[in-house]
Design a binder for this molecule. Sequence first.
Ligand SMILES: Cc1cc2nc3c(=O)[nH]c(=O)nc-3n(C[C@H](O)[C@H](O)[C@H](O)COP(=O)(O)OP(=O)(O)OC[C@H]3O[C@@H](n4cnc5c(N)ncnc54)[C@H](O)[C@@H]3O)c2cc1C
Length: 510
Amino acid sequence: MSEASQGRKVVVVGAGWSGLGATYHLVKQGYDVTLLEAGAYPGGLVAGWKTPGGRSVEAGIHGFWYPYRNIFSLVDELGINPFTDWTRSSQYSPLGLEVESPIFQDLPRLPTPLGTFIYTKFQRLPLVDRLSALPLLYAVVDFDNSDEAWCRYDCVTARELFKQFGVSARLYKEAFEPMLLVGLFAPGEQCSAAATLGMLYYFILAHQPDFDVVWCRGTVGEKIFRPWVERIEKLGGKIYANRRVTDVITENNRATGVVCGEEVFDADAVIFAVGITGMKKIVAGSPSLRNRKEFREVSNLGGIDVLATRLWCDTPQESLRNRKINIPHPSNACFGFDKTTGWTFFDLNALHDEYRDEPLTVIEADFYHANQFLPLSDEEIISIVKGYLKTCIPEFAQANIIDSSVIRLHQAVSHFAPGSYRYLLPAQTSFDNIFMSGDWIVNRHGSWSQEKAYVTGLEAANLVISHFQTGNYANIIPVEADEPHIQTLREINKSVRDIAKLVLPDFWLP
Ligand SMILES: Cc1cc2nc3c(=O)[nH]c(=O)nc-3n(C[C@H](O)[C@H](O)[C@H](O)COP(=O)(O)OP(=O)(O)OC[C@H]3O[C@@H](n4cnc5c(N)ncnc54)[C@H](O)[C@@H]3O)c2cc1C
């Protein structure tokens, strides 16, 4: 712990993965950190809590994919064991089972993307449709997550990208769009092609095992955030819930305090770790931030509506051997039920310790880009969910819903819309001591979702350390290197682009 960092006051705003990541690293370095969270619990989009009836619920179930190296390393450091084994998954449409995925790391490793292509079991999708993805490999190689690559692809929609590269209509509708709905939470015409290529490469294409996933054996709040928050508090970090930040006090291009209703928290540095919707609200109410173009332009960004439901189902004993419904795989993604909504369902009896011996079937069903569902009553939503489940697994027809929870998340997840890249903020702002973090902040790590949020928290902590020149930098584990053939193809492609730049006029759109 550094002597010099003691007494330096850092205020972190927002207690999701990014805010907790920044706070944890800075308290370990001896900084005086105060974390302010608007909600009643830490965790942000991953928060979990108990219903008045004592049942555990959370704001949607969260998977941890094979490349989440920094989160896995954190969990090891905390000495906790929150995860299930690697799980298999399925995909359903209104016609029934469509796809089954193996545990890719258990199969002989092939150069990417062969393993994904060969080992995934499609029930209906013809080979000719699957082969139509091949030309897209050029875009995968060309998109190297650099600023230039984002500028080249960001204004194009994912749908246009797939059309331009000759992907068949069926492959788009039955494979790529479902992936977008669960990975970027929006249909293809509303996703940036740059975000699409980045997300697909990170979760599926970069290395054969990347699509393998584990889940928490309970809510992430209970299994990870509770012990993590305890560790932070033990190290002297102050975490205050129910504190909504409304403004920042600035002087000579520096933040000196953070305003939270009637309270003001003194600050030598500030890290924002709030989502897009939260940041838009702060900027709208903050004279100091809305004076700056970069913050005002955050108004051009948006969030996406998500719905998380949990159902406790009883089944008459005579209809089933035991009262539990047999669900072949614990995690399942579904498409084709609504035009622009994707959904997933999870067998919590298989995933959560708490429900392993429960006599009821416990199901989480989450809906992404769920705009049209949010105005419905809880009863109407649960009735739709039961109908959809019945389509995938007919035994749900006999289920009586004993209890349920419905959590509506308005504008909650980051929308990587076409053309949004130019408004996303980098970690370093135009203020000397205000830094940004969160899953929508521009960085070059290459990760997505929870892992990216955590990594940006560490990156913001490193900027604070660099600003004060005191403390040790957080060790951020890079994503696994590109496979050698991808590296070679990227180098060739870059050389061709560099030569083209020398000989061709700067005339066309990027
Ligand atoms: C249903 C659902 C399913 C998902 N599934 C997965 C998955 O399977 N795997 C995966 O990796 N990711 C998944 N995600 C995405 C993942 O949850 C996010 O990428 C990640 O949690 C973002 O973390 P964050 O720290 O950037 O922001 P957030 O978690 O949004 O945290 C921001 C925090 O800031 C607080 N805040 C906002 N305004 C203020 C204010 N004015 N003052 C103080 N505090 C404020 C908020 O209350 C919140 O706690 C899913 C998201 C949802 C909603």
